[in-house]
Ligand binder design. Structure first.
Ligand code: PHE
Length: 337
């Protein structure tokens, strides 16, 4: 009986200390296996004097049951721990990209990327700004006084918060850049802009890319070279380009850039309204007042700027005649890109 008692004690303390499934198997074999000490003890029952058999048998079976239960409990505990550890190690990263991408890039995204690639290859950096913008950055500092027609409610989406609006162009990003960086500056600002406009060639939200260069020797000829070479690369064609005098409050002199209509080869068609020319962007030498509004000395530095509509360039490049097709997300349209 004392032997059985000490078997119980060692077995239970071994079970308590064991840490893995193979250890549990070893203990199981050691006590309950064919040659295990409990099994051996059970075999001994028949050799005992009859009056001792009952009590001894009861004791051995009790200890056997206790060891079995302790082993079972331990096994479950070890399995639970192992699962916890595995879960820590084998988690799934649901943010990883799908192996095979489904869908495709939107034509506006494709066009934006092509435009930005051309400018970054020319040394321009990309700057972004907020779509809810300060009126001061969208208008005042760009030399657009409060009574200027561009301020009219017709063109601008104002928001309730005094002094803020939905930016009508990405020029405020240029203000932000000039306020925070020292010249030389060579940047492009892509992004969404908002105007109260809605017809087959205008949408209340559209995309612009504007460029700005400020340096000691920025010049109109340099700007012409940058714009002309951009247009050749973008349209993958040697197109005729002309600079037509125009007016913007923030540039002086200002120009609008036309390209020869590639749809009719300048013979005159519906798209170019029989003029043979298509307007693709505005540009000019940054008005000295704008430089001064951004604490840049206009006696030392000069700048040029240009701005284009991404939808317009995409429509001309792909031959699309209604701007709305970009926003309807009709798969039959989108699948063509
Ligand atoms: N900001 C002008 C617009 O939105 C475009 C432009 C940019 C014109 C820079 C000249 C110089 O129409």
């Amino acid at each position: 009986m004392t032997e059985i008692e000490s078997i119980r004690e060692t077995a239970l303390s071994e079970i308590e200390r064991v840490k893995d499934l193979s250890g549990i198997q070893e203990i199981k074999a050691k006590y309950l296996g064919k040659k295990g000490s409990i099994t051996q003890a059970l075999k001994k029952i028949k050799d005992l004097p009859p009056q001792e058999r009952k009590e001894f048998g009861k004791k051995v079976n009790e200890v056997k049951k206790q060891i079995e239960e302790a082993l079972k409990a331990k096994e479950e505990e070890v399995k639970r721990e192992k699962l916890k550890e595995n879960l820590k190690r084998e988690w799934e990263d649901l943010t990883l990209p799908a192996f095979r991408p489904i869908g495709s890039l939107h034509p506006i995204t494709l066009t934006l990327r092509r435009i930005l690639n051309i400018f970054t290859s020319k040394g321009f950096s990309i700057k972004e700004g907020p779509e809810v913008e300060l009126e001061d950055y969208n208008f005042d500092r760009l030399n657009i006084p409060p009574d200027h027609p561009a301020r009219d409610m017709q063109d601008t989406f104002y928001i309730k918060k005094e002094g803020y609006l939905l930016r009508t162009h990405t020029s405020p990003v240029q203000i932000r850049t000039m306020l925070s960086e020292e010249p030389p500056i060579q940047m492009v600002a892509p992004g969404k802009v908002y105007r109260r406009d809605d017809d087959p060639t205008h949408s209340p939200m559209f995309h612009q890319v504007e460029g700005l260069v400020v340096s000691e020797n920025a010049s109109f000829p340099e700007m012409r070279y940058v714009i002309e070479s951009f247009l050749m690369e973008f349209f993958e064609e040697e197109l005729p380009v002309r600079f037509r005098t125009s007016y913007f409050p923030f540039t002086e002199p200002s120009a609008e850039v036309d390209i020869g209509c590639m749809i009719c080869g300048q013979k005159g068609c519906r798209v170019c309204k029989n003029t043979g020319w298509l307007e693709v962007m505005g540009c000019g030498m940054v008005h000295p007042a704008v430089l001064e509004n951004c604490n840049i000395d206009s006696d030392i530095f000069q700048g040029y700027a240009f701005g284009m509509g991404v939808e317009r360039l995409a429509m001309l490049y792909y031959g699309i005649d209604n701007i709305k097709t970009f926003y309807e997300n009709d798969l039959r349209f989108l699948r063509q890109f």
